[in-house]
Design a protein around this ligand. Structure first.
Ligand code: NAD
Ligand code: ZN
Length: 358
C-alpha cells in the first residue's frame, strides 16, 4: 500500500503576519456560528499577546500549562471544561505556543468531535470525525508540531507516550511570524530548534528513505547549520529561517534513528523534556553520528549553550534499567540506523556506559 500523505492546507510566513490572524478567524466566523477558542502558552498570561488577538465576546481563551509535557489526563480536563463552556462547536481553534501548546490544541480539538477520552485515540488513525478548523501560530520553532499529523501525549497510567496519529490531527492553517519567538530564552530556543536538525539528519542517515522526505530534510538540515553555526541563532533573519526549517522538517517527518530512542529513554526514566534530552543523546553518540556530533558540539559552543554534565552519574540499578528499556524498545528507529542486529551494538553495558557519560 502506498501512503497517501497529507500536508497543511494553508501557510503564511513573515514578520508581523500575526496581524492577519483577524482575517483568518473572521473567515471562519463567516461560515460557522460557534466561538473561536484560543490556546496560549502560559508564558503569555501576563504579557500583552491576548490584546493583539481577535477575541470576541463568547470566545474562549485557554492558558496551557507547559511546565510538563501534555498528558492525556490534562487533555481530558481541558476538553471537559470547554464542552461545558461552549454550546456550539468552535468555528476555529487557534494555538499560540510551542510544541506542547500546539499538541494540546490538536488533542482537545479531536475531543470536541469524538466521544470518550484522549487515551482512546493514542495510536494510528483512531480518530473518526474531523476536528474543528485549527490554526497554529508557533511561538517557538523546531518540533514541527505545526505541520505534523500527531500530538505527543504522555499517558501516565499506562506509562506510554504516544500521539493521536491522524490526518484529522493536522492544522488547517499555519501562520509563521518570527516576531513571536523573540522572547524565547536562548537555551530553550536551541534545544527546541535543534530538534529539527536531529529529526532530519536521523532520517537522512537511515535506511528507510523516500525522495520527498529526503529533499525536505536536506533543506532543513542546511538551514539549521546556517542558523546554529552563525554568530547569533536568534537574529531576526535566523528566527524566520528557524520557523521555515521547522515547517520543512515537520513535513519531512521521516523515520528517526538512534538519537530519538535514547532521548525517549531519558524522558521516560528521568522525565527530561524532549529537546534537551535529544541534546544529551547526541552528545554521547559520536561513533554513530561522527559528522553530526562534531557539528553539534561546534553549534553548542558557538551559541554559548551548556549541558550540565553528570545527570546519569549516580542512579539506581532500577533507573539504569528504565533508561535501557526505554531506549531499546524503539526497534524501528534503531534498526533504521544500525540494522536488525542493533541489540548487538547497543548492549545493556554499552548503553548504560553512554548514559553515565552524559
Ligand atoms: P514547549 O511547548 O514545551 O515550551 C517550552 C518552554 O518554552 C515553555 O516553558 C514555554 O512556556 C516556553 N515558551 C514557548 N514560547 C515562548 C516564547 N515565545 N517566549 C518565551 N517562552 C516561550 O516546547 P517545544 O520544545 O516547542 O515543544 C515540546 C513538546 O512538543 C513536547 O511535548 C514534545 O513531545 C512535543 N513534540 C511534538 C511533536 C509533534 O509532531 N506533534 C514533535 C516533536 C515534539
Ligand atoms: Zn523530536
Amino acid at each position: 500500500m502506498y501512503r497517501n500523505a497529507k500536508n497543511v492546507s494553508y501557510y503564511m510566513i513573515g514578520q508581523g503576519a500575526l496581524a492577519q490572524l483577524d482575517d483568518l478567524v473572521s473567515a471562519r466566523r463567516a461560515v460557522h456560528d460557534g466561538p473561536a477558542v484560543y490556546f496560549l502558552d502560559h508564558f503569555f498570561e501576563d504579557k500583552n499577546l491576548h490584546d493583539r488577538l481577535p477575541v470576541m465576546p463568547g470566545d474562549q481563551v485557554v492558558y496551557v500549562d507547559t511546565t510538563d509535557e501534555p498528558t492525556t489526563e490534562y487533555m481530558d480536563v481541558i476538553a471537559a471544561k470547554l464542552r461545558a463552556q461552549v454550546s456550539e462547536l468552535p468555528c476555529c481553534m487557534v494555538a499560540l505556543g510551542g510544541g506542547a501548546t500546539m499538541d494540546t490544541c490538536k488533542a482537545v480539538a479531536n475531543l470536541m468531535t469524538n466521544p470518550g477520552k484522549a487515551e482512546d485515540y493514542q495510536g494510528w488513525d483512531l480518530v473518526k470525525h474531523p476536528a474543528p478548523y485549527k490554526i497554529a501560530a508557533p511561538t517557538l520553532a523546531g518540533t514541527g508540531a505545526e505541520c505534523s499529523r500527531t500530538c505527543v501525549l504522555s499517558n501516565v497510567r499506562k506509562n506510554l507516550k504516544l500521539g493521536m496519529n491522524s490526518d484529522f490531527t493536522m492544522f488547517d492553517q499555519v501562520l509563521l511570524d518570527p516576531d513571536l519567538t523573540r522572547t524565547v530564552p536562548r537555551n530553550q530556543y536551541f534545544y527546541t530548534g535543534i530538534d529539527t536538525y536531529m529529526h532530519c539528519f536521523e532520517s537522512l542517515t537511515g535506511s528507510y528513505r523516500n525522495v520527498v522526505v529526503d529533499a525536505l530534510a536536506q533543506k532543513a538540515v542546511e538551514m539549521c547549520k546556517d542558523i546554529f553555526l552563525s554568530d547569533d541563532m536568534m537574529s531576526d533573519e535566523n528566527r524566520e529561517k528557524m520557523m521555515i526549517a521547522s515547517y520543512l522538517g515537520g513535513m519531512a517527518a521521516g523515520f528517526v534513528g538512534v538519537v530519538h530512542p535514547v532521548s525517549a529513554g531519558l524522558s521516560v526514566a528521568l522525565h527530561l523534556h524532549h529537546g534537551i534530552a535529544n541534546c544529551y543523546a547526541l552528545s554521547v553518540l559520536e561513533d554513530i553520528y561522527p559528522e553530526q556530533h562534531k557539528d553539534f558540539m561546534t553549534m553548542m559552543e558557538r551559541q554559548g549553550i551548556e549541558l550540565p554534565r553528570g545527570i546519569c552519574a549516580d542512579l539506581t540499578d532500577a533507573q539504569y534499567d528504565a533508561l535501557y528499556e526505554g531506549t531499546i524498545v524503539h526497534e524501528r528507529p534503531l534498526s533504521n540506523r544500525l540494522g536488525p542486529d542493533y541489540r548487538k551494538i547497543l548492549t545493556r553495558e554499552n548503553l548504560i556506559d553512554r548514559f553515565k557519560r552524559m
